[in-house]
Design a protein around this ligand. Structure first.
Ligand SMILES: [Zn+2]
Ligand SMILES: [Zn+2]
Length: 377
């Protein structure tokens, strides 16, 4: 790798992956190994090719296929845009809140060793606390609030810092589901009251999982930080959340250089909002990156209450209740946020590198254990 050009995370995995495997391979969890292999082989031929033809100059172009692994830094950007477009179509015309649930530092080591059970418990406890307090008539008084949570495990320097961000439309449905009960515009629920409910629910979940005895009793006495802020419209809150959905701890643009086996990357200081740099040994960099690989199949984005796909009252119906329009009104007029979708999805079009014409998918060649298969359009 040339130190003069900006290295990517894939470069780092290509150059140092073998050494990492040699030194830590026997102790590596299988899913970490899978991610390492996926990243260093993404769009480098191992996953086959797709063939596109230009509609203008008729020339065929071959593209190396990506690995599709959700922890891959090469793959992530595109998906994030599609997700954002889908969520925008689900936006409601109310004030939104961003609520974050963290865990005390003393518990992080334990969580890292029991990821699946603990991540599930974090979702259960935080969503349970939100639902329980939303019931209180002093706040929203709804038995059907709705929100979307995303688990994030990293801090700015790639350190292990598990927490869940929720985007929460400010209100909920009445018991008969015929009315929208609005929260206050700049206040959803008191975090001081959320925190002990969340802590206790996590404790219960640990007891159910048979893990309680491994946690120091002091952990239940410390303050579990919960943060809530009014973020305005759905649009603003989604823009805030979207980067967390498909990003994996760090993106290429933050890698400054790799020199003398040291990776230099930038991060924004939380307090001062000033950009700083962090320098770590390249093995430590790979270790920090891989500790954020989620257990296989773990769902890190979850919808609850009226935001969940299983809710009997549709989001269209809820939007109607909020605006108080009749059922005959045209859907699109009532949901102005939807108009951005087409712009977002236009990005999917691939253009000819020679003439700029639109490329159309012709076929894909995908390697398998017994040889390649060809998929025609
Ligand atoms: Zn062309
Ligand atoms: Zn990939």
């Amino acid at each position: 790798m040339n130190a003069c050009t900006s290295p990517t995370i894939q470069d780092i995995f290509c150059d140092y992956g073998d050494e990492y495997l040699e030194r830590f391979g026997p102790r590596m969890p299988g899913n970490h190994r899978k991610v390492l292999e996926a990243i260093r082989n993404c769009r480098r031929g191992k996953y086959g090719y797709t063939v596109y033809q230009c509609q203008k100059c008729r020339k065929c172009h071959f593209f190396q296929r990506s690995c599709g692994n959700r922890h891959c830094t090469v793959c992530q950007k595109h998906k994030s845009k599609q997700w954002l477009a889908r969520q925008k179509a689900r936006a409601l015309p109310v004030s939104y809140f961003l609520i974050t649930f963290t865990v005390p530092e003393s518990l992080r080591e334990f969580i890292r060793s029991n990821q699946r059970a603990c991540y599930n418990a974090l979702f259960k406890a935080s969503s349970g606390a939100l639902k329980k307090l939303a019931l209180d008539p002093r706040f929203v008084g709804t038995d059907m609030p709705g929100f979307t949570g995303v688990l994030q495990t990293w801090g700015r320097q790639l350190q292990y810092h598990p927490h869940i961000h929720y985007i929460v439309p400010g209100g909920g449905l009445s018991k008969d589901r015929k009315q929208w009960l609005s929260s206050r515009k700049n206040f959803y629920l008191p975090v001081k009251a959320l925190s002990p409910i969340y802590t206790e629910m996590f404790r219960q979940a640990m007891a159910e999982a048979g893990l309680l005895e491994h946690i120091h009793p002091k952990a239940w006495k410390t303050n579990w930080n919960v943060d809530s802020r009014a973020v305005g419209t759905a649009d603003t809150s989604l823009k805030y959340l979207a980067p967390y959905i498909f990003k994996v701890g760090i993106s290429d643009h933050r890698i400054v250089k790799v020199e003398d086996r040291k990776v230099t990357f930038s991060y924004r200081d939380k307090e001062t909002k000033v950009d700083r740099i962090c320098v770590v040994d390249v093995m430590e960099f790979i270790r920090r990156f891989l500790q954020h690989v989620l257990p296989d199949g773990f769902m890190k984005v979850r919808h609850f209450g009226f935001m969940s796909p299983g809710c009997k009252t549709s989001l269209d119906k809820i939007a109607e209740l909020i605006i108080g329009l009749s059922e005959e009104t045209d859907r699109k007029q009532r949901r102005p946020l939807k108009r951005d979708d087409s712009e977002m999805l236009d990005d999917d079009t691939i253009h000819c590198p020679d003439c700029g014409g639109v490329l159309v998918y012709i076929a894909a060649e995908i390697p398998t254990l017994t040889g390649s298969i060809i998929l025609l359009a």
